[in-house]
Ligand binder design. Structure first.
Ligand SMILES: [Zn+2]
Length: 75
């Protein structure tokens, strides 16, 4: 059932949408998706950032409150 498969990218998009208008860092995304050590979150967030509607900048993460590279939805 490929049409029912939820991808990592879908999950990341859902998390970012839920965080809107705040930004979240790659590390928090990785923790929330439980992808530690798999190297997926960085790749996927990078892909999302290059697609329309998202941007990836240095800023304060809404979850861990640290200054990092964060991703958020463009208004
Ligand atoms: Zn964070």
């Amino acid at each position: 059932m490929p049409s029912h498969r939820i991808t990592v990218r879908d999950m990341i998009a859902a998390i970012i949408a839920a965080m809107e208008p705040n930004a979240i860092c790659d590390r928090c995304l990785t923790e929330m998706l439980d992808l530690k050590g798999r190297g997926h979150a960085n790749t996927r967030t990078g892909e999302l950032a290059r697609s329309n509607g998202y941007h990836r900048v240095s800023g304060k993460c809404h979850r861990c409150r640290e200054q990092r590279l964060v991703i958020s939805k463009l208004p």
